[in-house]
Design a protein around this ligand. Structure first.
Ligand code: IDP
Ligand code: MG
Length: 136
């Protein structure tokens, strides 16, 4: 049975800065994702703090929010069958050094903080994150 889903993807500042946007978008397209909406933006630190609120008690929260708001990012709505899990699989582990061969983070990630991409981790968070960036 098909299970069409949408998930929120972000190409993070480290990848935008290295001109990897088209290459990473091609990774999604090759894997069968349709990019339903996309925009290039630069977040204010307060936006990043809101976006990553689930991590506010973590020791890396401050650096994480500073980083996500440090330069332009690409935010995209990706659609395909089981998009949320499929995108997590294509992204690979949070730390690029633990990511499987062929995953985006393995190919392009620099470190656990500069890991090139974000992807929603659940149906609930996909909806919240899509609304965060695309609800008018
Ligand atoms: P995810 O991006 O794979 O879903 P999360 O645990 O949700 O990983 O963490 C959000 C982001 O916070 C990660 O993508 C990574 O950039 C950063 N992060 C996670 N854990 C650490 C850490 O231990 N040190 C520094 N940064 C971290
Ligand atoms: Mg996460």
């Amino acid at each position: 049975m098909s299970n069409l889903q949408q998930t929120l993807s972000i190409i993070k500042p480290d990848a935008v800065e290295r001109n990897l946007v088209e290459e990473i978008k091609n990774e999604f397209k090759k894997d069968g994702f349709e990019i339903k909406n996309e925009k290039k933006i630069k977040l204010a630190k307060s936006d990043a703090e809101q976006f990553y609120k689930v991590h506010e008690t973590k020791p890396f929260y401050k650096d994480l929010c500073e980083y996500l708001s440090s330069g332009p990012i690409i935010v995209m709505i990706l659609e395909k069958d089981n998009a949320i899990a499929a995108n997590r699989e294509l992204m690979g582990a949070t730390d690029p050094k633990n990511a499987k061969e062929g995953t985006i983070r393995k190919k392009y990630g620099i470190s656990i903080d500069k890991n090139s991409v974000h992807g929603s981790d659940s149906i609930e968070n996909a909806k919240i994150e899509i609304d965060f960036f695309f609800k008018s």
